[in-house]
Design a protein around this ligand. Structure first.
Ligand code: C2E
Ligand code: CA
Ligand code: CA
Ligand code: CA
Length: 281
């Protein structure tokens, strides 16, 4: 009797059903969303680990649904990736970020070397017009391409590598930055990494968390940092929450950090206030 829910469903089946109902409802809400209003971008500073100065930002999407309230991108991005919705959301993110960064540049607010990272889904990058799309958005905003860095995950590198390599080469040749996100969690070989012209890798938070714990896992992080350095890629550690983690990363020669220890993701106005403080400090 404990396990039997209403209608003869077990608790497990019941919870699966509720999960699937939420998924369907979210997909529906995404379809009917007024995407320009409900989806916004927040920015999390990326700092130079030695000087503490801002190096750039990562743009992260937020969804404020009238029906569901705030929905995490960890939940809605994978759902959007099931269809062409992700291409639409990805284009929206690019437009908003290009516009925000161009405005900050025009106002003279950007430190030298600044670049804004933006997440790109595999499905979005696979689109045959992806290069033209990113280029046209940057041109329309009057944004120099170096101010934009595309973050891609390793899952992208496994299939149709030939098409993607050509696409990435065009992006890099045009001047966009390319960063491999969640480095070390996927399956790409070192030669693949080399072939794809990434100028930056992002160390996944799971490695950072383990770096200050005892045991074997702590040997992985210095190895990954070493690989990045020998391939002449810069290194951003993500999810740094404690001064101990920052110290460990500094000792390893990791250059850039992003995490709650330094700043949380925030809207454009708070970001500009944060930047003014950071430049003064
Ligand atoms: P990600 O690309 O790995 O982004 C880093 C995530 O770590 C962000 O979560 C960020 O808020 C969080 N984070 C940063 N510092 C810390 C820290 O010190 N501690 C902890 N616990 N977390 C930290 P968020 O914003 O919830 O995004 C989740 C994921 O959703 C992202 O992971 C990315 O895969 C995806 N995503 C977000 N925005 C976009 C977007 O515009 N396009 C695409 N395709 N994916 C996006
Ligand atoms: Ca990312
Ligand atoms: Ca990441
Ligand atoms: Ca991650």
């Amino acid at each position: 009797a404990q396990l039997a829910g209403g209608g003869g469903f077990s608790v497990f089946q019941q919870s699966m059903l509720e999960k699937e109902e939420r998924v369907q409802a979210l997909l529906g809400a995404m379809d009917s969303a007024s995407i320009e209003d409900e989806f916004t971008m927040v920015y999390q500073p990326i700092c130079d680990l030695r000087s503490g100065r801002m190096h750039g930002v990562e743009a992260l999407m937020r969804w404020q649904s009238p029906l569901f309230g705030a929905v995490s991108p960890a939940e809605f991005i994978p759902l959007a990736e099931r269809s062409e919705r992700i291409t639409q959301l990805g284009a929206l993110a690019l437009r908003k970020v290009a516009c925000d960064v161009a405005a900050m540049q025009a106002a003279g607010l950007l430190p030298p070397g600044f670049t804004a990272h933006i997440n790109v889904s595999a499905r979005q990058a696979m689109n045959v017009h992806f290069f033209e799309q990113v280029r046209d958005i940057a041109l329309a905003a009057g944004l120099p391409p170096g101010l934009l860095t595309l973050e891609l995950t390793e899952s992208l590198l496994v299939d149709d590598a030939h098409h993607l390599r050509a696409q990435f080469r065009r992006l890099a040749d045009f001047g966009f930055g390319l960063c491999l996100d969640d480095f070390g969690t996927g399956y790409s070989s070192l030669s693949t990494l080399h072939n794809f012209n990434f100028d930056c890798v992002k160390l996944d938070r799971s490695f950072i968390v383990r770096s200050t714990e005892e045991g074997r896992a702590s040997a992985v992080l210095p190895a990954i940092v070493g690989i990045a350095r020998s391939l002449k890629m810069s290194c951003v550690a993500e999810g740094v929450e404690t001064p101990e983690q920052a110290a460990v990363l500094r000792a390893m020669g990791c250059e850039y950090v992003q995490g709650y220890l330094f700043a949380r993701p925030m809207g454009l106005a708070p970001l500009q206030a944060w930047m003014a403080d950071n430049a003064r400090a």
